[in-house]
Design a protein around this ligand. Structure first.
Ligand code: SAM
Length: 246
């Protein structure tokens, strides 16, 4: 079933780009989303998360081709990459940490900011969180989170609107996997995470030391060697830590 929906609000303008892809900036107007569920199921395979194989996700083999097919599907150019089709190094590290240290979320309310595939949110739910909410602005990612939660037998709710506008959203724990890849977004996210912490939340970031991670403000709680792909990261593995504010 086709439906018309404005995509403007769902398009972040700050995206890391998989290698070998030229960025085109075309303002997306009204676009067609024929069926995100069908698209995701057709374009992905069910695979274990490399560093958290207890979890399985609908994952893509190849970023650039999928990105191009997403633009074809939506009949719009200049879209962000299909973040939802990969478990990023930061998300994998955070997922591993939660599965190995379930006490940090058990019985607590949890918000996963920039959820992508939902890998971190799903790990939090598996670790025994009382309630898990995923904050995600991308339409396909929001659908992927639902499919991946179902696949793993957990419930993950979706936040409405832009949670960055709510400095203390009322969760016990806030998680952010791989969100420091672009300067304006990283600055906004770090300020917001600090405000959440001031409001009483415990904050954890998963990050391989991206350019805009403010390492001086953080301490590493655990460090892992995360399998990744050359197409996405130009490396087979990434040393990736789970961080909290000093
Ligand atoms: C690099 S991916 C990380 C995904 C996941 N956390 C992981 O580690 O696999 C960044 C994600 O943040 C999402 N994002 C960017 N800006 C956002 C915002 N303001 N609110 C919610 N999600 C956002 C993107 O759509 C994308 O899915």
């Amino acid at each position: 079933m086709d439906m018309e929906r404005p995509l403007v609000d769902a398009v972040p303008r700050y995206a890391p780009r998989p290698k070998g892809r030229t960025v085109r900036t075309v303002e997306p107007p009204i676009t067609k989303i024929s069926d995100p569920v069908r698209f995701i199921l057709a374009e992905t395979r069910i695979l274990p998360v490399p560093h958290a194989p207890e979890l399985r996700l609908h994952l893509a083999d190849e970023a650039v081709e999928l990105w191009q097919r997403t633009e074809t599907e939506l009949e719009v150019l200049g879209l962000p990459p299909p973040y939802w089709a990969f478990a990023w190094a930061g998300g994998q590290a955070l997922a591993r940490y939660l599965l190995d240290n379930p006490a940090v979320v058990r019985g607590r309310t949890v918000l996963d900011f920039g959820s992508g595939s939902g890998v971190v949110a799903i790990a939090a739910a598996k670790a025994g969180a009382a309630r898990v909410v995923a904050a995600e602005i991308d339409t396909f990612a929001r659908t992927a989170i639902g499919l991946n939660a179902l696949l793993n037998g957990v419930i993950v709710d979706l936040a409405e609107g832009d949670v960055l506008m709510t400095p203390a959203p009322g969760f016990d724990v806030i998680l952010a996997g791989d969100m420091c890849y672009e300067r304006p977004l990283a600055g906004q996210v770090i300020t917001w995470l600090r405000a959440c912490m001031a409001g009483g939340a415990t904050v954890f970031l998963g990050d391989p030391g991206r350019a805009y991670l403010p390492k001086g403000e953080l301490k590493a709680l655990a460090t892992y060697t995360i399998p990744t792909t050359r197409a996405l990261e130009d490396a087979e593995t990434k040393r990736t830590s789970v961080w909290t504010f000093v």
